[in-house]
Design a protein around this ligand. Structure first.
Ligand SMILES: [Zn+2]
Length: 129
């Protein structure tokens, strides 16, 4: 996928979020999943990639607890996570419905689409069976 306008690289990602789907770029030449969307596959430099739907399930690769929010819309403390999705790609998001004392690396999580300031965003919550 190529584009003269870098902002257009994420258009499909945000459109699919509105449809309740989490997608990521998948290289059609080496099958690598990556994030964020960029002109070339970071593994083989091919521009031949497409968005594919993710299961939305993964585990916490790393996290940090934020005590000083950017503004009052964020109840503190809140948890920012680096999620590793099942398809072996990672993204940053916010972990909901989990206290800082319960979060841990390797914890299973799943995507949870929530509206924030009028936009649908892909947050995560602890996966419960
Ligand atoms: Zn590739």
């Amino acid at each position: 996928m190529t584009s003269d306008n870098p902002a257009m690289l994420t258009t499909e990602f945000w459109e699919e979020i509105k449809n309740g789907k989490l997608v990521r770029p998948v290289c059609q030449d080496c099958d690598n999943s990556f994030f964020s969307p960029q002109t070339l596959c970071p593994q083989c430099q091919s521009d031949n990639w497409k968005f594919r739907e993710s299961s939305g399930k993964g585990s916490i690769y790393s996290f940090t607890i934020v005590h000083r929010p950017p503004d009052n819309a964020y109840p503190t403390p809140y948890i920012i996570i680096d999620v590793e999705l099942e398809e072996k790609w990672r993204m940053y998001s916010r972990l909901l419905e989990c206290s800082p004392s319960e979060v841990h690396i390797g914890q299973p999580v799943e995507v949870s689409f929530q509206e924030f300031r009028g936009e649908m965003l892909p947050f995560f919550r602890v996966e419960r069976d």
